[in-house]
Design a binder for this molecule. Structure first.
Ligand code: ADP
Ligand code: ADP
Ligand code: MG
Length: 672
């Protein structure tokens, strides 16, 4: 086994690899960029080497420098994590040439699976089922269209070099084919530097089911069962679970063996994932087709760890150091059910726009066994709740890397139990300072489709009505929670006397105190009456009733207008962030003394929501535009964002050109 490894990654995966290394008494070397100078993954390792600037190309993608760092620190092997250099065959080769072990498959296997079209040709030879389609070398647009006509619409055009859900276009009919092809090729050349595409049948209401495989240098290869990753948005995974609901023993074996055949066809070594698209037929029959192989440890590997009781990073390290696989196929077993939720800095209600900022509050599930990766001494006992993260309170989510803050993984005896546990754990995940998808995830988990395991890649659009723009707590309770928090805070500040308030006035026996809030864009006037017997009456909008609350360190128990809830309320400035077991919301307190008469100003400025690159403008100076019209496209945090007109007007000036790098808040164009 290795004595020291370098972890060429950041965030949760670097911390996760470091934890297993620590448990196995392997020393670790971290690498970091400017933005990550104080990051957790640096602290999680024994040593750290500075790479360079914050942009990946100046740091985590500088492989010469990473190899130098490994040699300088005496590391024997390099773990690439996922993303960055993990599927870069040049890097794998360079490691070998430098005498370092690349903890991953041989460069030849990465290369063979690197392009979707070529890998499909290989799989066809190995007898692995493929989606009907064209994956040859020819790229003549007319020929591709003929192939699409032959396959039958709808078809999917895919960038062969694509990944991360990018470079795909669904085409409904022959008339749309050429336009979609051109736009797919444009995105492919911009994102992957290669515009080769393939065309395949667009499977209707498909499921994404993938198989975890593992090979060793002795020629053994096993499958560690499946993960269902059908819940996606924009072809990116949102929730992943194992085992796949509805999977039969026969199909599991068939898919597992197909995945092993795929891995064997490229002499695979280490951890890999074979992704299949599954067509659901009437009568419950399922057909599976090879989609692609990811030649690395996958983001969602913890669900496999939870159901098998294994540590996949330990397996990776053992295999890379030349040991045989620790178990044979017959020894592997599934126990219970696991689900992972990806907690991301983003705004689901705003088209999943990624968010950046500081984690002012980051509280993970309270009342459950919380096991950090580091105490994974007994991995065979999966924790009911596991959090994998590279961030904590006070840390920033920067615009340079992807927006995942943490992975929340739950395990239960049954799917139902895992689901209930996930909902509870999400409710106890309190993040303030950055917008996150936590409440959206709760809505998905609570949706009828997910609860009934009616899974396919269209689950999110199908359940749209209950997933987005939801207010589950309601104004009266939100106001009650905000008022209670204010009073509790004043009490703490002023000592025990509940009457030492900042404002409000006393009349004979009754004291009235006005409040004003902004809740979902609406102004809510509230009034608190202090009755002479010490009781409180609250009027919130036109809802009135007694306000009763008690608190301990963590929570306030609030009763108002026939409702009662436990709540954790955090204030950042005048914003109250309210978390209850059933919902979370935000309510802004308007300071009546300070803000008298200040109105919000409207401007015609159009600014970058975050640092990134200008992709294109769809207007030019002098154009008339109407409210909501798309004006420009920006790329940031690996996603494209459309900048739309806030009101009708005329474009006065474009301030940047496509390709320009812009900082957050930069004015992109001006409208008069
Ligand atoms: P996995 O397949 O491991 O579950 P994903 O498919 O979501 O993970 O992402 C695959 C890889 O692509 C990851 O290494 C991740 O860093 C990267 N990635 C994630 N989201 C995007 C994106 N929007 N665009 C490009 N790459 C992405
Ligand atoms: P990436 O490299 O971006 O992960 P994949 O080929 O793995 O690309 O596809 C990503 C997702 O796109 C799949 O999980 C699935 O939701 C959808 N998808 C891919 N191929 C098809 C298809 N033929 N029909 C319908 N959906 C598909
Ligand atoms: Mg994929």
């Amino acid at each position: 086994m290795f004595k020291k490894i370098l972890i060429a990654n950041r965030g949760e995966i670097a911390c996760r690899v470091a934890a297993t290394a620590k448990r196995l008494a392997i020393r670790t070397v971290a690498v970091y960029s400017d933005a990550d100078a104080d990051a957790r993954h640096v602290k999680a390792c024994d040593e750290a080497v500075y790479l360079g600037g914050s942009a990946p190309k100046d740091s985590y993608l500088r492989w010469e420098r990473i190899i130098e760092a490994a040699k300088a620190t005496g590391a024997q092997a390099v773990h690439p994590g996922y993303g960055f250099l993990s599927e870069n065959e040049e890097f794998a080769k360079a490691c070998a040439e430098a005498g370092l072990v690349f903890i991953g498959p041989p460069a030849s296997a990465i290369q063979a699976m690197g392009l979707k079209a070529e890998s499909k040709q290989l799989m066809e030879k190995a007898g692995v089922p493929l989606v009907p389609g064209y994956h040859g070398a020819g790229q003549d647009p007319q020929m591709l269209q003929q192939e699409a006509d032959r396959i039958g619409y709808p078809v999917l055009i895919k960038a062969s070099a694509g990944g991360g859900g990018k470079g795909m276009r669904a085409v409904e009919s022959a008339a749309q084919f050429q336009a979609a092809l051109a736009s797919c090729k444009r995105e492919a050349i911009n994102s992957f530097g290669d515009d080769a595409v393939l065309v395949e049948k667009y499977v209707q209401r498909p499921r994404h089911i993938e198989i975890q495989v593992f090979g060793d240098t002795q020629g053994n290869c096993v499958y560690l069962f499946e993960r269902d990753c059908s819940v996606q948005r924009r072809h990116q995974k949102v929730l992943e679970e194992a085992p796949a609901p509805g999977m039969t023993e026969a199909m599991r074996k068939e898919m597992g063996e197909a995945a092993v055949a795929a891995a064997r066809a490229v002499n695979y070594v280490g951890a890999g994932t074979v992704e299949f698209i599954v067509e659901q037929r009437a009568g419950g029959e399922m057909n599976f087709f090879f989609m692609e192989m990811n030649t690395r440890l996958q983001v969602e590997h913890p669900v496999t760890e939870a159901i098998t009781g294994l540590d996949l990073v330990e397996w990776q390290l053992r295999v890379a150091s030349g040991e045989p696989l620790p178990m044979k196929q017959e020894e592997l077993q599934i126990s219970g059910h696991a689900i992972e939720a990806r907690i991301c800095a983003e705004s689901p209600d705003n088209n999943f726009l990624p968010a950046t900022g500081r984690l002012d509050v980051a509280r993970w599930p309270l009342h459950v066994v919380f096991r950090r990766n580091a105490d994974a001494e007994r991995f065979h006992e999966p924790a009911p709740v596991r959090i994998d993260t590279g961030f904590g309170e006070g840390d920033a989510i920067s615009p340079y890397y992807d927006s995942m803050i943490a992975k929340l993984i739950v395990h239960g005896a049954t799917r139902e139990q895992a689901l209930a546990r996930l909902d509870e754990a999400l409710a106890q995940t309190h993040i303030v300072g950055i917008q996150t998808n936590v409440q959206f995830l709760r809505h998905v988990v609570g949706s009828k489709s997910f609860a009934q395991a009616d899974l396919d890649t269209a689950l999110i659009p199908r359940e749209e009505a209950v997933l987005f723009k939801q207010e589950r707590l309601g104004m009266p309770l939100a106001v009650a929670c905000a008022v209670a928090r204010t009073l509790l805070q004043e009490k703490t500040l002023a000592g025990a006397d509940p009457f030492s308030r900042r404002d409000g006035w006393r009349s004979h026996g009754i004291n009235l105190r006005p409040f004003e809030f902004e809740f979902h864009g609406e102004t809510v006037k509230a009034q608190l009456s202090y009755l002479h017997d010490g009781a409180l009456m609250l009027k919130a909008g036109d809802v009135s009733g007694a306000l009763v609350f008690t608190s301990d360190d963590a929570e306030i128990d609030v009763q108002f207008a026939g409702q009662r809830t436990r709540a954790s309320v955090y204030a950042s400035g005048e914003m109250n962030h309210v978390f209850t077991p059933s919902a979370a919301t935000q309510i802004l307190a308007i300071d009546l003394l300070e803000h008298a008469g200040v109105a919000h100003a409207e401007t015609g400025r159009l600014t970058a929501p975050m640092p990134g690159k200008v992709v294109s403008f769809s207007v030019k100076a002098g154009d008339k535009v109407s409210k909501g019209q798309a004006l420009a496209v920006m790329e940031a945090m690996k996603m494209e964002h459309t900048i739309a007109a806030p009101a009708d007007g005329t474009v006065a000036e474009l301030l940047y050109s496509p390709g320009d790098q812009v900082s957050e808040g930069a004015e992109l164009l001006r409208i008069s």
